[in-house]
Design a protein around this ligand. Sequence first.
Ligand SMILES: NC(=O)C1=CN([C@@H]2O[C@H](COP(=O)(O)OP(=O)(O)OC[C@H]3O[C@@H](n4cnc5c(N)ncnc54)[C@H](O)[C@@H]3O)[C@@H](O)[C@H]2O)C=CC1
Ligand SMILES: O=C(O)C(=O)Cc1ccc(O)cc1
Length: 359
Amino acid sequence: MTAAGSPLGPVVLIGAGLVGASIGQALTRAGETVHLVDANPAHARVAAERGAGTLTSVAAPHEVGLVIVAVPPRAIAGVVDEALDTYRSAAVTDVGSVKEPVLRELMEHRSLGRYVGSHPMAGSHLPGPLAADPELFVDRTWAITPHPDAEPAAVAAVTRLAELCGARVISLAPDEHDRAVGRVSHLPHLVSAAMAGHLLGVPPEELSLAGQGLRDVTRIAGSDPALWQQIVSANARMLVPELRALTKRLTVVADQLAEPGADVAQWLGDGVAGTRRLPGKHGRAPVDYAEVVVEIPDAPGSLARLFADVDAAGVNVEDIAIEHDPARLVGHLRLSVRPERRAELDRVMTGSGWTVRPA
Ligand SMILES: NC(=O)C1=CN([C@@H]2O[C@H](COP(=O)(O)OP(=O)(O)OC[C@H]3O[C@@H](n4cnc5c(N)ncnc54)[C@H](O)[C@@H]3O)[C@@H](O)[C@H]2O)C=CC1
Ligand SMILES: O=C(O)C(=O)Cc1ccc(O)cc1
């Protein structure tokens, strides 16, 4: 196993899908040797072609420093179990979205000093190695969930893995982790799926009125249902009470609106207060950014020209979003900037010939 700060040693990555291949790319870029293994040989091949590691098998399994298991949740415990037997001095981690059930299953039949669970809090709605991105984890949180018997060297190796991927590490007990991600990741997924599923009953002529708000709320519902079925069922213990509490919150507003002259300002105000509790960029306090919306023609080179003009304005852009106009061949680029910089960006963009729309 590795000491803090030194190379991880040969790494074996089992599961070269979205998360696995992204980790492989980041580690390979950092100079580590990564051996790729996947039940689907095409995934391993694509991941290798995209710079996630090598398809050659490990010559000396006892020299492997770290094994990373990035397979779907249901397969994790079995694969970790086998990896602990095959790679007899390696630290072994998994990147699954739910930690406690995997630990409980493993603890039933073996000692686990070299196993430390972990979970990078970044992903995509697209599965498989074609969607992999070596930058996926940069500045994102990576939870490490050591159990009481975890060896310090194994914890150090997994911490180093997260750091080499550019992530910020936090350490949590497995069930604390599951409660937290149930609230901030799995419940939002179910809410998004509920809203999107509700659209099945909305006629197409009404859907043509949809704006960015509906797209924002339903974006994550487009993720792989086979993966999410496994995630939410593994974390059902934490999710069921949260779902019931959220259902009550919806019932409150339905009951209020059923009364003539209903006042739901307090209920909506709680929503505003909730958004302000989320940490801002890079974990800093949230800032209310101002927005400048610029119309962009759907033509090659437009975005590059636009960004060159934004750059010339000398205004730091904190976030961007692109919306497509459903009726015309234009897009709207929404630039978030600090409020005191909004007027200057508006002035420079208008002066450079761009159409600035009301935000
Ligand atoms: N998709 C996301 O946004 C995130 C997912 N995760 C977790 O990461 C893990 C992987 O998820 P994704 O990369 O999104 O899935 P994916 O479907 O893109 O990749 C999973 C890979 O594992 C392979 N595989 C399946 N069973 C295997 C086995 N028994 N042995 C070897 N390979 C096997 C599949 O062929 C596939 O290439 C899951 O446990 C998930 O909970 C964690 C953070 C984010
Ligand atoms: O849910 C989120 O906020 C994401 O950014 C994507 C994601 C999906 C599944 C995970 O286990 C972790 C992260």
